[in-house]
Design a protein around this ligand. Structure first.
Ligand SMILES: Cc1cc2nc3c(=O)[nH]c(=O)nc-3n(C[C@H](O)[C@H](O)[C@H](O)COP(=O)(O)OP(=O)(O)OC[C@H]3O[C@@H](n4cnc5c(N)ncnc54)[C@H](O)[C@@H]3O)c2cc1C
Length: 368
């Protein structure tokens, strides 16, 4: 990593452990920052989810929330900042430079580390996306601070007032909560859709400040030559789907699993699956819902032939409405489903597909 911080990193305390007392210098770190991830004019929703979460944490700590918006002058950075205010930010740090057009690790790492060293935030949050993961790692190592990646929950520890960041560990078999007690800022990345999307309040506003990057193109090793979209990207967008029909091993064969695709198609939804279905090669790994798959928050989640094991539950329980179809009345899925159909999914799924197709066709005719 060739990036150097603008200022000397703050002195680190010698000891480690629970009762560590921060130096006066590190105690001065205040406020929660959220990195606003944008790409070709579009802000990733995880940034707004994190601004909403940062607001809740900041209200507990009695501090402000700031958005970090880095990019080129021709990009709509002020508009992104205004959106961040509507979701709960109080301030936005803007950095405009031609070198920041399109994400590259080196200039973004320098931009972020310079801002941190200058303004000293207590907590820095990024989305656990490809960009967020890449950037968070290099920023944390440059700043010599702690980073908890892929978090599923963020809290303020009542005793230490530190960020208690929870994430799955040991392949998802355990959850661990990590606190960065001796260093600042405390950094975390959070997966999309784990946090609730906050409601935008257009009446909220905030303050802006501008900083410069101080870097020229010749200092950046990576060159952005062109953008070529992956033909398969955005095809499966499970975390942001409003309707998901998911299938489990109860469907027994890949042939029967097609019934899940048919119902999803009629409802205009996405297809999800449990891990054993992915392991059996019935569906793409991108469709796995759960602790080691995707976290989803649809308006409707239909679970067919799914037992409802905890590793699956954690990925789907935030859905507004869960409808479970299972032959076993004692299946764990019925403990958290809003509606339960005790029956054979191989018969129930086509019946639902037919009923919805007829109902939706009727509504289309009435609307015409
Ligand atoms: C570290 C770790 C991480 C994991 N991560 C994930 C994860 O991210 N996502 C995930 O899904 N799992 C995950 N798992 C696996 C998880 O523990 C369960 O094994 C899995 O979710 C069960 O999948 P299933 O419900 O499809 O299958 P099963 O447990 O076999 O359940 C099948 C269900 O279908 C019902 N059924 C049978 N026949 C019919 C029928 N004809 N009609 C209707 N219902 C029927 C049965 O009653 C049963 O409830 C993980 C496990 C571990 C150890």
């Amino acid at each position: 990593m060739s990036t150097t911080p603008a200022a000397e990193p703050a002195k680190r305390p010698a000891g480690r452990g629970r009762n560590i007392e921060l130096s006066a210098e590190l105690k001065a770190y205040k406020g929660i920052w959220v990195f606003i991830e944008h790409d070709r004019g579009h802000v990733h929703s995880v940034s707004w989810e994190l601004v909403g979460e940062a607001r809740k944490l900041a209200d507990q700590l009695g501090c402000t929330v700031s958005a970090l918006v880095l990019g080129a002058a021709e990009e709509a950075l002020e508009q992104f900042a205004a959106e961040a205010f509507s979701y709960g930010a109080d301030h936005a740090y803007l950095m405009k430079d031609a070198v920041l057009k399109g994400y590259r690790n080196e200039p973004f790492t320098k931009g972020l580390t310079d801002l941190v060293n200058k303004y000293k935030p207590e907590i820095l949050l990024l989305g656990a996306t490809s960009m967020g993961r890449d950037l968070a790692g290099s920023v944390a190592t440059t700043l010599l601070t702690g980073l908890t990646a892929d978090c599923t929950e963020l809290r303020i520890d009542p005793n230490t007032k530190a960020l208690a960041a929870t994430r799955p560990t040991f392949g998802g078999s355990l959850y661990c909560t990590i606190m960065t007690l001796a260093y600042r800022p405390q950094m975390a990345t959070v997966r999309p859709r784990v946090m609730e999307m906050p409601r935008a309040d257009a009446t909220r506003s905030g303050t802006l400040s501008y900083d410069t990057l101080g870097m020229v193109e010749t200092q950046v090793v990576t060159k952005l030559l062109d953008f070529i979209a992956d033909a398969n990207s955005n095809k499966i967008n499970l975390p942001y789907a409003d309707v998901i029909v998911s299938g489990g091993k109860g469907l027994k064969t890949v042939e029967n699993f097609k019934l899940v695709f048919e119902l999803a198609r009629v409802l205009g939804g996405e297809v999800g699956a449990t891990r054993p279905c992915v392991q059996a090669g019935w569906v793409d790994a991108e469709r796995q819902v759960g602790q080691t798959g995707k976290t989803v928050r649809p308006k409707l989640y239909i679970a067919a032939g799914i037992s409802g094991a905890v590793q699956h539950r954690v990925g789907c329980e935030a859905a507004d409405v869960i409808v479970a179809i299972n032959t076993d009345v004692n299946a764990p899925i019925f403990e958290f489903a809003h509606y339960g159909i005790v029956g054979n999914a191989i018969q129930v799924l086509p019946a639902l597909t037919q009923a919805f197709a007829a109902h939706l066709a009727l509504r289309t005719r009435q609307a015409a």
